[in-house]
Design a protein around this ligand. Structure first.
Ligand SMILES: [Fe+2]
Length: 166
């Protein structure tokens, strides 16, 4: 893949996100199962539904351009998920595990926030108004998810995990 234009880069970054999202749909059910806090479980469940919509948005963008969304493996997401799985393989206090799951999930969100922020900006510059809107919508959702995870951590999970210290 040659990166001769901003459009090339835009395509490359979109394909990276598409593959990352696909990986996330496989990781989230495992995280849901591992979580103990009902609030956290339902946050993961909700995000799985949202992720499927985000995949559809990307497919919509590619379809409009007459291009395919496949062909790239997001190695960064592979690594983030691999680390999460390593964490999930550990035994321990359920609340501490929940806190660890939040830490892993927030890494996923932050990667996506960076990617969608860039793609949204490129779409705007390239005059892809409709795509820019769709990407902004996903970016907003990723930011909301991140904020929600913060809230769950601060209001309950981290406090529970602290109790395990005693
Ligand atoms: Fe996503």
């Amino acid at each position: 893949m040659k990166l001769n234009s901003l459009n090339d880069l835009y395509m490359e970054e979109l394909r990276d996100l598409y593959n990352a999202e696909k990986q996330i749909t496989k990781a989230l059910p495992k995280m849901m199962k591992k979580a103990t806090s009902p609030e956290l479980k339902s946050a993961f469940e909700e995000h799985l539904e949202v992720t499927n919509q985000q995949i559809q948005r990307l497919e919509q963008i590619f379809e409009k351009m007459g291009k395919k969304p496949t062909g790239k493996v997001c190695k960064a997401m592979q690594g983030i998920i691999e680390e999460g799985e390593e964490t999930m393989g550990h035994e321990g206090d359920p609340a501490v595990m929940d806190a660890a799951l939040i830490a892993a999930a927030q890494r996923v969100e932050h990667y996506e926030i960076a990617g969608y922020g860039c793609c949204r900006t490129y779409a705007k510059m390239l005059g892809e108004t409709e795509a820019a809107k769709l990407l902004q919508q996903t970016l907003d959702e990723e930011e909301q998810t991140d904020a929600k995870l913060n809230k769950i951590a601060e209001s309950s999970v981290n406090k529970q995990a602290m109790k395990a210290n005693a």
